[in-house]
Design a binder for this molecule. Structure first.
Ligand code: F6R
Length: 242
């Protein structure tokens, strides 16, 4: 695991965008793993800028979202499908038919999860997975206690995560209790993972997953076992590292 400490979120976004740009130049039909939440927004801003100003080409790229809420009406502004459309797909020239999200509205969630795993595989697997990290060390929505080998499945959010995400909704009551998320085994199959984190509220989680034991209690710690994991953090998020 390579940990890089950078001065601010913009520089983190630029370094992650460098990795994505290099990948797309090497492999124009690359498969990108897309995270939501606040942390990846500077990456999407930078990719959009490079697309508009330098013609960075996404026309043959594919995207797979990490996770999705269960129970939000289709088209809800805060559904992750909508967030990815708004923050990423609509701002670059990726074909919307090539951008996929887990189906949190499926009648048969189990079958939809299996189908999502198959879709990732048949696209050739994720080349570069963007990740944020929760204050409890989750990646995707693999909350504490998630199996390190887990695949895409339904999970229950812990109260802290619902509180953390309440800022995107008008009240905490509106934050769904359930999500569909790629599993830790699914995330570990990506060829390169790039995790970004900023701010003092992430310092404990960063310390736990970078320096703590590999443990289901801190899901992100599984990345210690990944052959190509890059962690881009600011000084505040790095402040508890030894
Ligand atoms: C989002 C996701 C989550 C977030 C994490 C951090 O798709 O999978 O793991 O990355 O909750 O969220 P922010 O970046 O909003 O602090």
């Amino acid at each position: 695991m390579e940990v890089v400490i950078l001065p601010d979120a913009a520089r983190i976004g630029a370094m992650a965008a460098d990795a994505i740009e290099a990948l797309l130049k090497r492999k124009p039909d690359a498969v990108l793993g897309l995270a939501t939440g606040s942390s990846p927004l500077p990456i999407y801003d930078e990719l959009a800028r490079r697309h508009v100003e330098n013609g960075l080409d996404f026309s043959r790229a594919h995207g797979f979202a990490l996770d999705e809420y269960v129970g939000l009406p289709v088209g809800h502004r805060e559904s992750y499908r909508e967030v990815i459309r708004r923050e990423f797909s609509d701002r670059v020239n990726i074909d919307p038919r090539n951008v996929h999200s887990p189906n949190g509205a499926a009648e048969d969630i189990l079958a939809a999860c299996e189908e999502y795993e198959r879709a990732i595989k048949s696209a050739g697997g994720v080349d570069l997975q963007i990740l944020g990290v929760g204050t409890d060390g989750h990646i995707g929505f693999n909350e504490p206690g998630s199996s390190l080998a887990s695949r895409t499945r339904i999970k229950t959010l812990i109260e802290q995560t619902r509180k953390d995400n309440a800022r995107f909704f008008s009240s905490i009551e509106e934050v769904p209790h359930h999500v569909v998320t790629q599993g830790l085994g699914t995330i570990m199959d990506a060829r390169h993972v790039v995790l970004v984190a900023t701010g003092a509220q992430k310092a404990q989680a960063v310390r736990d997953f970078v320096e703590g034991p590999v443990s289901a209690i801190c899901a992100a710690s599984v990345l210690q076992l990944h052959p190509h994991a890059t962690v881009l953090i600011d000084e505040a998020a790095a402040s508890s590292l030894r």
